[in-house]
Design a protein around this ligand. Sequence first.
Ligand code: Z16
Length: 809
Amino acid sequence: MKKWQDKEEFKKIFTEKAHVLWEKELRDLTLNEVYQTIAYMIRDLVSEDWIRTNEVYAEQKAKQVYYFSIEFLLGRLLQSNLIGIGLEDICRQGLEDLGWKLEDVVPQERDPGLGNGGLGRLAACFIDSLAALQLPGHGCSIRYQYGLFNQRIVDGQQVELPDNWLVNGYPWEVKRVDKAVNVRFGGNAYMRPTEDGELECVHENYSSVRAVPYDVPVIGYHNDTVNTLRLWRAEYSREDLYRELTLGDRHRAFRYKNNVQLISRFLYPEDSTEDGRRLRLMQEYFMVSAGLQSIVRHYKRKYKESMYKFDQYIAIHINDTHPALVVPELMRILLDEEGMAWEDAWDITCRTVAYTNHTILPEAMEKWSIPMFQSLLPRIYLIVEEINNRWLKEVRRLYPGDENKARSVAILWDGQVHMAHLSVLGSHSVNGVAEIHSQILKDSTLHQFYTIFPNRFSNKTNGVTHRRWLIEANPQLSDLIDEAIGDEWRLEPSKLIRLKTVSSDSAFLDKLAKVKKARKEILADYIKKEYDTNIAVDSIFDIQIKRIHLYKRQLLNILGILHLYYTLKANPDLRVRPHTFLFGGKAASGYGEAKQTIKLINVVANMINRDKQVNKQLKVLFLENYNVSLGQLLFPAADVSEQISTAGKEASGTGNMKFMMNGAITLGTMDGANVEICREVGMEHCVIFGLRAEEVMNYYMHGGYSSWNMYSSDPRIRQLMNSLVDGSINGEHFGMLYESLLDRNDEFFVLKDFAAYCEAHTEISRRYANQKQWFHSSAINIAHSGYFSSDRTIQQYASDIWRIKPVKV
Ligand code: Z16
């Protein structure tokens, strides 16, 4: 790559580029125009490598993976791309000469919020790692015109505003009209005999949607690899529109046009639950069909190999079940377009596809009603029916008379299409995202499949990219690490383990404490500016940031805070270590309990922050619109990482890893990847509390838990529960939460774990009192965070599942 050699060259190219783009004097540029100019300059730099990368992959006929995900939660790209090509400093200096600060330019980029939470951010970390490891792997998704809603808090309540992130254009994308494909919806499909006695499929009266790809370069870290994230946009096909119009039905024509445009308009604001909307199914098929068609076309044109060898050159990964239609869609292409026999097509499909499960929450298991599925995707339905028939025949042959078995592995059952079952059956690999989660899949959720295909199952513990979450988010800590152990960890995060050698060194620990303080000051400045509130940097920053969900138990956190408040009110002379509790996260728009939890947090925060008797010791804040960029400000500033989900419910969690990488101590349950984090760092360097997953499971299966008993036996709980409904919290009522905790027997064991949670907090305060000990733990956490790099995760996927190898560009 021909990079800018120094700041002078940067300034020269910047000036030329800005003139061409904006036709005005430099001094008249808006900050947004400055941002866009640099983005286009980076595009120019990488364009050759981008072309070259694809050429080399094709020349070498390298096996490639396509990572299909309904979400990619990228966050801003300007700084990470600058860091990736090693030009951040030159850019910063050049801008400074021209009178701008890089730090003011960066926030001009809108966060592409094309994801809800963990699953979407995981996909973004994964493509980052693929490129960093020089692996041939690309992302495939939808270019939603509106990302996840922007959250405002008004009177303590969540208000959802549309996220029109594309208003000023998106400089990182390239529209590729020449690579558009058509996707079919509706009509009718049936089998008809051919002249030579075979059956062929006829699909008629369908309507066509044009899928147009927008490509975003995925730039490798300090290498020449530039992979592709391909985002599909739905457009109406002019021929179809004109046909409708010439048939004389204007209304039908406009309905067609509007329906098509809706397909890529909104990202669904759900995390871990499905609302089962027809449009969502359209989105899923749209992404899958467009993606597969373009992969097959590229394979035939550039690899010029037989479709019988497809699986030797192509791996397709489905991130949860949203892209599960790749299974029948690949079957359709192989059967209808390539004329293959069923058995061959099925064999190739299963060898190509691999599936990751991200949840065991039953309400989050994707199922579609058969009538809806059939009317929207008639040809795909015929294929799914055939897959199901053949499969159940096989199961009944293997387990005669065992209808329970058949039911628990059926694709079609009870009038529904079961997408997880389709995904397991149609792939050669099924993995969970943390050890405990993978075990639960084998033991319960997918147990019947596990007995039939034991070798198909494995674990791939999640990871996060240390490039964004440490190098970019926390340059102060990164520099300190360099100083202590050299900078090799930047390329190989496992080398962070060398920090253990300085983890008891007072001089190092003092500097670590200074870095943490500096990051807390940066956050405090932000909070001062945005909320006109002061937070004390010598208080413990205790942070819970994630989607709001009953199982994640933000309720436990806020009830703990409320109890602390009552304790301070009842004991005016009590002095506790000052605490700042920060929350952030969005609630799904239709999730009443989650929204009421936000309200509760805000009302409690108000009450506490205004109370002069306690607000020197206690401060609570709900930060609006938690997203990737806000995360980059919060993780580095945290002392305590709240990871308090009901054991067995959080598949992995990834925020836990971002906190740890930045030296926060985990206060958590034995759930998801917390289990592995505390195994790596040792029990003495995290604080674990609460029921274990087996205990939770036992209560579910055999009963024995009554939240009313907790209410009767624990006066603290009684006081808290009463306060939810008696108006004592600023006159507000929280009936829905009260009912969930008491009348519906506290499904997530908030009250059961309450006492243990309070003790865990006491333990945190006790440990924080010994600063040297605290920062020793902090250093140990950073040292072990290398294991939780997505580079490690991706290497495991690459060697165990995809069988792909690095390619030097
Ligand atoms: C999601 O973000 C996750 C699961 C799911 O079924 C749907 C969505 Cl949108 C999350 C898990 O809740 C979390 O534990 C996990 O770390 C993350 O996926 C990535 O695996």
